[in-house]
Design a protein around this ligand. Structure first.
Ligand code: CUA
Length: 338
């Protein structure tokens, strides 16, 4: 090959490689990074993307060069020269991709193993997925339960996922990992938050009618603020019955679907809880039994005008929390209904 041709090829390669690099770098393809695990995943991503850009530049340059250089001239009816392969080139284009793919798999394996390592002393959080809500329980904090995932900055957390009904999948884009929650199986996910903020928790496995609404927040807090929140929640749970009931109402996400004046809740997916006494009358059941049944087994009676199978059964709620919630709902609805 002449020197001029090589220069032309290199020029085309730089052109295509530069264009692809600009597309990769200038457009914000990925959400902001908020965990150590996401950092490692992004490293694998950019490592692979770099290789892809190099391969693309090479292939595009050769194609463009050939199209320009070897295109058929007018009145040229002759056949091309008979070519029968080239062993050297074939060895190169087999060996180089094999090396690249092996390199990617080694880098990915290291990232995967590191991302699965929770270290010596992780904070454990039990994640419960059900149609169509999340709840988070902190076994190290007297089973404190919350509808949002609150995490202290910089602390490695091991999430233990379980599903009560169908397969769901836990995903916080900023944390960078997805993990299925499968009925009858224990799955886990390690997160080390590196950035304060509020991020969406998304269910990323089609799980039924309410799949798209199965969302909550992951809130990364300063460690001191996290401890203050834990104390506050514990005090609320052990405080007077009304306060404990309201804490259960809030931490289980009831407000996202229901209206209840006492809790400033304005959801409209499910029945208006300020009307519980009237609903119980319609159902022909004593108020307390009716409220309890509607929490534990919501499909036993569904208020006309509202869809069936939307509210998840809260049958795993501890007895004291259930009682506090029932008392709170009855008191509030009696006041709210007036
Ligand atoms: Cu749960 Cu989709």
């Amino acid at each position: 090959m002449r020197r001029g041709s090589i220069l032309q090829l290199v020029g085309l390669g730089v052109l295509f490689g530069g264009a692809a690099t600009l597309v990769a770098v200038l457009i914000p393809w990925l959400p902001p990074v908020a965990s150590k695990q996401r950092d490692r995943i992004d490293f694998v991503f950019w490592f692979t993307t770099g290789i892809c850009i190099a391969v693309f530049a090479l292939v595009a340059a050769v194609i463009a060069y050939s199209l320009i250089k070897f295109r058929v001239r007018p009145d040229d009816d002759s056949d091309g020269p008979p070519i029968h392969g080239h062993t050297g080139v074939e060895i190169v284009w087999t060996a180089v991709p094999a090396i690249l793919v092996t390199a990617i798999s080694i880098v990915s394996s290291i990232a995967l193993v590191k991302n699965d390592d929770a270290g010596k002393d992780p904070m454990n959080v039990a994640v419960t997925a059900r149609q169509f809500s999340w709840s988070f329980t902190y076994p190290g904090e007297d089973d404190l339960t919350s509808a949002q995932l609150r995490l202290p900055l910089g602390k490695t957390v091991k999430l233990h996922l379980r599903a009560l009904d169908v397969i769901h999948s836990f995903w916080v884009p900023e944390f960078g990992q997805k993990q299925d929650a499968v009925p009858g199986q224990d799955t886990s996910l390690v997160i080390t938050p590196t950035k304060l903020g509020t991020y969406p928790v998304i269910c990323t496995e089609l799980c039924g009618l309410g799949h798209a609404l199965m969302r909550t927040s992951a809130i990364v807090m300063k460690p001191a603020a996290f401890q203050a929140w834990v104390r506050e929640q514990k005090n609320a749970a052990s405080g007077p019955p009304g306060q404990a009931g309201q804490a259960v109402f809030t931490s289980n996400g009831c407000a996202s679907c229901h209206t209840l004046k006492a809790a400033n809740a304005t959801g409209t997916t499910g029945p208006d809880l300020d009307k519980l006494p009237a609903y119980a009358k319609q159902a022909g059941k004593p108020l307390e039994d009716f409220v309890k049944e509607s929490i534990v087994d919501p499909n036993a009676y569904v208020q006309p005008g509202f869809p069936k199978n939307v509210m998840p059964p809260f049958s795993t709620l501890p007895a004291d929390q259930l009682d506090a919630l029932v008392t709170y709902l009855i008191d509030s609805s009696k006041r709210g209904g007036q």
